[in-house]
Design a protein around this ligand. Structure first.
Ligand code: ADP
Ligand code: MG
Length: 260
């Protein structure tokens, strides 16, 4: 177990007074280092470190308002990044705009408003490839093969579909450019309980096919049980990081963040 607290830990009321001990790798696909970020002048994240290696499946969990979505938005260039660096595929993307970041091989499915409700399913997928001169038909075919229900509904307005189908569409749209890393912000939110496992199975499938995944989830036990590594984020700071299994097995983590 690695507790990642900063030297002001006691003043912050965080666990113990341990020195910061986050792991970093030379070969990371995504490397977030000492990131401070927020909205306008409002700082939400402090000194956040995070790594995703090639093909890895990494989960961020933590209380509501901890800054999990802000981490995702920061990686995608949607926040005010005040300090620190973000490297992706060996390139510094700290100050890169979202329209350019998608060219680098990063796909992002936001927590909310992640589809165009007035467009059809097919049109939504085409929008996923809007940066290309021509819509890649093979990419649409791949998405339809992965999510057959989307093929059935291809002419239907996206806004008329169920929550699970919308979420599949949002993921399909983000897969249109065959990203190296897919950012998923609460993919199981709002799904009927019997659809949650199915959604996680589909994410496993995407990762098994070689796409690295960085996911934020409220459904923390399930997510940690499936991912390679996890981070617990609290109050905009790293609190714990370890393999998913080790976090699940840790009494303190269970008690404080996983409902016992
Ligand atoms: N666009 C925004 N402008 C100002 N503050 C925001 C904005 N989005 C989120 N916040 C604030 O940032 C903090 C972290 O939010 P968020 O990253 O959404 O947390 P989480 O995803 O962990 O629930 C919260 O206090 C939230 O109110
Ligand atoms: Mg969130």
């Amino acid at each position: 177990m690695s507790e990642a607290t900063d030297s002001g830990a006691d003043a912050e009321g965080t666990v113990g007074g341990a020195n910061r001990e986050t792991h970093t790798w030379q070969d990371s696909l995504l490397a977030v280092r000492n990131l401070d970020a927020g909205y306008g002048d409002l700082q939400i994240l402090t000194d956040v470190d995070l790594d995703v290696r090639d093909g890895e499946y990494v989960t961020i969990v933590g209380p509501n308002g901890a800054g999990k979505s802000t981490v995702m938005k920061s990686v995608f260039g949607l926040t005010n990044r005040m300090a620190g660096t973000i490297e992706f595929n060996g390139e510094d993307i700290t100050d890169t705009q979202p329209e350019e970041i998608i060219y680098e091989g990063l796909g992002y499915v936001p927590q909310n408003d992640n589809i165009f409700t007035t467009l059809s399913v097919q049109e939504n997928l085409e929008m996923g490839a809007y940066i290309l001169d021509e819509v890649p038909q093979d990419a649409i075919e791949d998405v339809y093969n992965r999510f057959p229900i989307l093929r059935e509904r291809q002419g239907q307005k996206a806004g008329t579909m169920s929550g699970g189908q919308r979420q599949m569409l949002a993921m399909g749209r983000a897969l249109m450019l065959d990203p190296d890393l897919l950012l998923l912000d609460e993919p199981s939110a709002g799904l009927a309980p019997d659809l949650v496992d199915d959604m996680f199975d589909r994410i496993d499938g995407i990762n098994d096919d070689g796409t690295a995944v960085l996911m934020v989830e409220q459904n923390a036990k399930e997510a940690l049980g499936r991912c390679d590594r996890g981070y617990v984020l609290v109050d905009g700071k790293n609190r714990y990081e370890d393999t998913g299994d080790a976090l699940l097995a840790d009494d303190q983590v269970r008690q404080d963040f996983l409902g016992g």
